[in-house]
Write a protein that binds this ligand. Structure first.
Ligand code: SIN
Length: 284
């Protein structure tokens, strides 16, 4: 099958063209797609035409499905398939899932390696998804800061009491299935590309082990201000037919609520299982 993988910025994102992932792919293609995922962190596979079952099958080229924490919030008949939508409200306010920079399900001891979106309805303009490269952000930190944070561990819970935004409360079934809090290195090593990356998520981080909360929050805020600078960003402008998958071990992401809320924005969403984050000391 002739296909191309073309980088979209100097550091993050590549566009894949010439594949219809409803069809089986050979081993070489599968290996090339997995290599590109670890290298470019965000893959935009263009011109896909999926029913829910096609989407579920296609993403498994990169790994095994990881169910969402919200058990009540899936596409009927597809328990692993969640959706993001601008049509829900919480406490009288419209809820935009993923409205601030984060990484997915970092409250899990083994957070998902990948998340994948496929659009069903898009606003006429806006509603981009923004990604920031956490390898590059780490590499650019002053040496003293890298030394300070390399060995630190953060506590990630379902919803931090310090979160900048609310999440929809979990129902009883979802609460029962929730794993224990994730205690994760603040700097993780990617198991495939071997690069170090900041592992931050203000929605879930409730503290840093051995540090007073005030100091921990100030450190996370300082690292977030650094990591979300425009030079680390790839900003995805959605087109119908795009399947976008990103590596939660390499990037943070956020949904952009800059569009007319009378227009519908609705995307199917899947995740793939990951591994416990590798600390710097274990990779040395
Ligand atoms: C998410 O955070 O998973 C959603 C991103 C988006 O809707 O663009």
């Amino acid at each position: 099958m002739a296909f191309t993988i073309i980088p979209m910025t100097a550091h993050t994102g590549a566009e894949v063209r010439g594949l219809d992932l409803r069809q089986p792919v050979d081993d070489d293609t599968r290996a090339a797609l997995n290599h590109a995922f670890a290298q470019f962190h965000v893959l935009v596979v263009r011109d896909q035409h999926y029913e829910p079952g096609d989407f579920v099958r296609a993403v498994q080229l990169w790994g095994e499905l990881q169910p969402h924490d919200k058990k009540d919030h899936h596409i009927p008949g597809f328990p692993e398939m969640y959706y993001v939508s601008n049509e829900e409200f919480l406490g009288g306010r419209r809820l935009i899932p993923g409205e601030t920079f984060h990484t997915d399900h970092s409250n899990h001891p083994a957070p998902p390696k990948a998340t994948i979106l496929y659009p069903v309805a898009l606003p006429t303009t806006g509603g981009d998804t923004q990604y920031v490269n956490m390898h590059l952000a780490y590499d650019d930190l002053p040496e003293a800061m890298r030394r300070q944070i390399d060995g630190l561990k953060a506590v990630h819970v379902y919803l931090s009491k310090y979160s900048p935004r609310a999440l929809k409360p979990l129902n009883e079934e979802s609460l029962k299935a929730l794993p224990p809090a994730g205690i994760h290195p603040l700097v993780r090593v990617h198991p495939e590309n071997r690069r170090k990356a900041l592992f931050l998520n203000p929605v879930r981080i409730e503290g840093i082990v051995g540090m007073p909360d005030e100091e921990a929050l100030a450190l996370v805020a300082e690292l977030m201000a650094h990591a979300t600078k425009p030079q680390y960003e790839y900003r995805h402008q959605w087109r119908y037919g795009d399947m976008v998958l990103w590596d939660n071990r390499s990037v943070m992401h956020k949904a952009n609520p800059d569009y007319d809320m009378n227009e519908r924005r609705y995307l199917w969403r899947l995740m793939l299982k990951g591994e416990p984050p590798i600390p710097v000391a274990a990779a040395a």
